[in-house]
Design a protein around this ligand. Sequence first.
Ligand SMILES: *[C@@H]1O[C@H](CO)[C@@H](O)[C@H](O)[C@H]1NC(C)=O
Length: 137
Amino acid sequence: FLEKKKVLSMCKSAVAPAADGGLNLTSTFLRKDQCETRTLLLRPAGPPGCYSYTSPHWSSTHEVSVAETDYETYALLYTEGVRGPGRDFHMATLYSRTQTPRAEVKEKFTTFAKSLGFTEEGIVFLPKTETCMEERA
Ligand SMILES: *[C@@H]1O[C@H](CO)[C@@H](O)[C@H](O)[C@H]1NC(C)=O
């Protein structure tokens, strides 16, 4: 991630409830000059706010938990690999309704990430972008 961050920018995600009580998380981002869309189907994994997904590509299972949210403007998520080749995977993510989260929310995220063991260099706020951000019809 630290290698790739130079070419990354923010991406847009849409979250919708899925029939099984999970979430359909669809993200759109720029890759090789094209807008790509990827859908993660998060299955409910017990406690409220906890989900899991299995990557068809890597056959790794990841657990995703919503650590904190105000239900309006932001959510802090933690993703970790629990089975398969991606077992060492750890990621904390800030989801924001806009590309300009309040300073207070960014601080919350930094504190959250540090509490999980991420260092200053591992915490990145990607640049804003207009690419691939338009609403889909
Ligand atoms: C998930 O959401 C995307 C975007 O709204 C949609 O295209 C896709 O069909 C949905 N997938 C499922 C399994 O609901």
